[in-house]
Design a protein around this ligand. Structure first.
Ligand SMILES: C[S@@+](CC[C@H](N)C(=O)[O-])C[C@H]1O[C@@H](n2cnc3c(N)ncnc32)[C@H](O)[C@@H]1O
Length: 270
């Protein structure tokens, strides 16, 4: 190739390179702009998604709260209809799992049994009314329902959770956390006058007979003569089997509606 043609070609080639460089720079700028735009949009998009997630979360939470309220309302309605408190049932069962022998029953006493027990207490007789092992308080409730002023109640309960519950439910009652089998020592100095009745939900059969006898004698020593010691049992026989001197005893019919069916025994000492 002649030299001038070669120079011409070279120049043409250089022009093309410069043009290419220029175009490349413009293209790069455009790409950078696109990236920046994308970043901006990405931020806004992310914010939008976050907002949507937050809104959905709130909606789900609200739905959950409404559902919970609805369920609680239905539960309370069912409780009112059946005459039971599921919260108490759950507490009771939990405690039973922890200490089955001390609790002695899987569920709290039913309304019918509690009413029969309370029915042996005469609210017009003066003096405190001692309840042993009130648990979640079904018998306490029956006592109050039949006219016993809660301020007269001395509730002796071993389980601290139940004590807390009883204090909250009956703020004027005296709740004593302790072992009912040491009754006289436990209540020493607490009673201003002899008790009008002792109502017991203790699982007596988990204790030897001599402990049961000591308990009933201690209870009699704290009561006015002839006052009732009311005790329920799931067993077929009396928890105080021996005929005791000067002590009369009577039994209710078996309460078949209770789970498990139970009977109420009442002991009085002249
Ligand atoms: C069978 S549950 C009866 C609860 C309630 N009175 C009812 O009828 O549903 C027995 C209750 O006696 C309480 N208890 C058991 N041994 C006790 C003790 N030595 N002193 C005080 N309370 C006791 C248990 O914690 C439980 O609350």
């Amino acid at each position: 190739m002649p030299l001038p043609a070669l120079v011409h070609l070279e120049k043409k080639f250089e022009r093309h390179i410069r043009l290419f460089e220029l175009k490349k720079g413009a293209l790069e700028k455009k790409i950078e702009q696109q990236i920046k735009l994308f970043e901006l949009k990405k931020g806004a998009f992310e914010k939008k998604i976050e907002q949507q997630i937050e809104t959905q979360k709130k909606k789900i939470e609200q739905k959950f709260v409404t559902q919970k309220k609805k369920l609680e309302f239905q539960l309370r309605k069912l409780e009112a209809k059946k005459g039971i408190r599921f919260d108490d049932e759950v507490r009771f069962i939990r405690s039973w799992f922890e200490k089955p022998l001390a609790i002695g029953a899987v569920t709290p006493s039913g309304k019918a049994l509690a009413r029969i027990m309370a029915g042996y207490v005469d609210p017009s007789v003066a003096g405190p009314i001692i309840e042993l092992g009130p648990g979640t308080g079904p018998v306490t409730e029956a006592l109050v329902a039949q006219g016993v002023d809660p301020a007269r109640l001395v509730l002796v309960e071993f389980n601290p959770h139940f004590c807390r519950l009883l204090r909250a439910r009956y703020p004027t009652a005296t709740v004593v956390q302790g072992d009912a089998y040491g009754l006289r020592r436990l209540l020493a100095g607490l009673l201003q006058q002899p008790a009008a009745a002792v109502v017991s939900g203790l699982p007596l059969f988990t204790k030897p007979l001599r402990t049961r006898l000591r308990l009933i004698h201690e209870a009699f020593s704290l009561m006015v003569p002839g006052a009732p010691f009311v005790q329920f049992t799931y067993a077929a026989v009396s928890p105080i089997p021996k005929a005791l001197e000067r002590v009369s005893r009577e039994a209710s019919d078996r309460v078949w509606s209770n789970i498990p069916p139970a009977r109420v025994w009442v002991y009085r000492r002249d």
